[in-house]
Design a protein around this ligand. Sequence first.
Ligand code: ASP
Length: 315
Amino acid sequence: MDQGIVVASANGHIGLPAAVDVLRQSGSALDAVIAGTRLVEANPDDHTVGYSGLPNMLGDVELDASVMEGAGLKAGAVGALQGYQDAVDLARKVMETLPHVLIAGDGSRQLAEELGFEQRDILTPEAEAIWKKRLGDPRDRDASYMSRVSELVAANASDADFASIGEIPHGTVNFIARDRDGNIASAVSTSGWAWKYPGRLGDSPIIGAGNYADNRWGAAACTGRGEMAQRCLTAHSVVTFMRFGMSLEAALEQAMNDLAHLDDPYKSEMNIVALDKDGNPGAASTAVGKTYVVMREDMDEPEERQRMHISVPGT
Ligand code: ASP
């Protein structure tokens, strides 16, 4: 019997021990990635995922999340979910209880209500203060406010206000696990890009773009500018490249190189974490110095590792 392993984006550190504990008790990869993601969604210090995520341009926090099981390519996702913190649990419910893969907007909120999920105001005073400082009071909004959306999306990649407080206004958490039975599962959760247009879905809830898992070849998940991963189906590409014989590292490099072809004035950072079918982890970033975290059952704590840097023109 194999030893279980979990790999996550660096902000998944807080949830990694809980995820590995699930594997130690012979739990499934799916239960492991959900246990880890849940703790990041509940973390008030993380303004990029779940509770206390930064809001959209109207001041509403909208969550995107997805899960995928590599055994039967089962998947579930929610997008633009308002009023609930537990986006990843709801994504699992979509997978397990509905004949659908992705439920977005009002439908996701209705589903959460029907299933008895706990309603919560997930916009914290701190996140609201950041939003107001950046965009002004919503009551003062005029036509020019709306026309600034594109400008703000571009500015977010290198927002000086955020750099000064050590924050970036976007981010996501990725978890991928392989359990003792060799099953792989992946989970992704995010509040998306701060100040995004209402209803905008990123790559995180789009199976193939920000999340993909297939026991036969491995799994990958993304953080960074979702529109890029949506257009290149980046997570699926990594898995496909492994399917056609590339090593994990070569697959990551090829998927990143594909982004160079994008005509995108808002091109910015892309990050991928991945696991091959045998449970070997890897990660890449278009930015220098980025890390990810790994923990196997025999480790006492998560190990932070450097991501492979792949330079992509324009990012
Ligand atoms: N990928 C996320 C999105 O586009 C944001 C991020 O990871 O920075 O919504």
